[in-house]
Design a protein. Structure first.
Length: 420
């Protein structure tokens, strides 16, 4: 058996034979995990020639865990991730409306994985609705533990909800609850500490990867004390701790406005001339327009939980869909990190060996980069791009490409390996 990854002084210590827990996932997890593991092992062997090797440790969550143990997220799974720091997972089932709460949210909150990291770039040959998908190259830092997704909710017409509505109306003068007798209530916590660690991670990433800008995306014009504070705390952190490395543009107006694009370009030029990263902000709804009209204006993005969910999926659609979008949930202080397929379980397609495994494969590439095995990550990404460019693809791309050859899930995995 291999050895555990550890962390000291904020730096990962990765042995040559790290134990990495994996969760196969529900639905199509059974289809995508096996070829993904083959790709990972082939890439590590290709780069390190047997000097390094991953020891995979299966742990259970979701339907498979429930059927075997009666628990959706067994403590043994949490213990394994805690012991080994880095893990990877397929998609997990969550019933809508009732029953268990999201397992993904539960994992993020239990391990305090405060960054949802979603890089978005176009791979040559991927069908896209955009004329220039190659202009889209962004990395999303989505706050993972606060906001509406914190799960502080009260069902309409319950005693707890009635009590809370009465407190809001009687003690705080909240007269704009339009239908108090039938209103459900959700609480939106946004903290200074949560904001600062998220924005700090985004700025550190931009510095390390030499990205030109960090955009704070918010709806602070309406939610002034939550999202507005998120914006201001982000700027304050940037100016206090990175004064010599960033240039803040605190008067940012949407570049959709008159002369907005000229002002944006000038701010970027001023920052680059000073050898600094531009930190700016953008209202969330305007941002959803700008990623279509002016994607080159944005590089690293820092945003809250709900906005980040919308933005991540919208950007994935720009470059070919969520089926190939990678993702990770990370705590940079403790080292805990779970890399994941970002799509759903697609139970109707499960067991048919036909879906695209690129999301979990590219998430694995992110995992290797996080571990410091950068050559492995690059090899996987390049091999995926070569497979797509050669038009030997799974059905999702096959139906959108002219002259493409249809491959099964496992065949596509083999094609990636052949392109290493």
């Amino acid at each position: 058996m291999g050895n555990s990854i550890t962390i000291s002084n904020g730096k990962l210590n990765v042995p040559n034979d790290p134990i990495i827990p994996f969760i196969e996932g529900d639905g199509i997890g059974i289809d995508i995990w096996t070829p993904a593991q083959k790709v990972f092992d082939a890439a590590v062997e290709k780069v390190y020639g047997g000097q390094k090797k991953v020891e995979w440790l299966e742990v259970l969550a979701g339907e498979k865990a429930y059927h075997e143990s009666g628990e959706w997220l067994p403590q043994q799974t949490l213990d394994a991730i805690h012991d080994h720091l880095v893990a990877i997972k397929g998609p997990l089932t969550t019933p809508i409306g009732g029953g268990i709460r999201s397992l993904n949210v539960q994992l993020r909150q239990t391990l305090d994985l405060y960054v949802c990291l979603r890089p978005v770039r176009w791979f040559k040959g991927v069908p896209s609705p955009l004329v220039h998908p190659e202009y889209t190259d962004m990395v999303i830092f989505r706050e993972n533990t606060e906001d509406i997704y914190a799960g502080i909710e009260f069902q309409a017409e319950t005693d707890d909800c009635k009590k809370l509505v009465n407190i809001l109306q009687d003690d705080f003068g909240a007269r704009n609850i339009r239908f108090p007798e039938t209103t459900s209530i959700g609480i939106k916590p946004v903290s200074k500490e949560g904001t600062e660690r998220l924005v700090k991670a985004a700025i550190e990433y931009a510095i390390e990867h030499r990205k030109p800008s960090v955009t704070i995306v918010h709806k602070g014009n309406i939610m002034k004390f939550t999202e507005g504070s998120f914006k201001q705390w982000g700027y304050d952190l940037a100016e206090r701790e990175y004064a010599d490395k960033v240039f803040t543009w605190g008067m940012y107006d949407s570049i959709l406005s008159t002369d907005g694009i000229d002002a944006a370009n000038q701010a970027q030029e001023d920052a680059e001339a000073a050898g600094k990263i531009l930190v700016k902000d953008c209202i969330a709804d305007a941002f959803l327009q700008e990623i279509l009209l002016y994607p080159k204006q944005h590089s690293v993005v820092a945003t809250l939980n709900l906005n980040g969910d919308y933005v991540s999926d919208a950007l994935a659609a720009c470059v070919g869909g969520i089926g190939i979008a990678p993702g990770a949930n990370i705590n940079y202080a403790t080292g805990f990190a779970i890399f994941e397929a970002t799509h759903g379980t697609a139970p109707k397609l499960a067991g048919k060996n036909m879906v695209n495994p690129s999301s979990i494969i590219l998430s694995g590439a992110m995992m290797f980069e996080y571990m410091g095995w950068v050559e492995v990550a690059k090899l996987i990404e390049d091999a995926v791009e070569k497979a797509i460019a050669s038009k030997r693809v799974t059905f999702d791309f096959h139906r959108l490409m002219d002259g493409a050859e249809l491959l099964s899930t496992s065949e596509f995995g083999d094609e990636i390996i052949a392109n290493m």
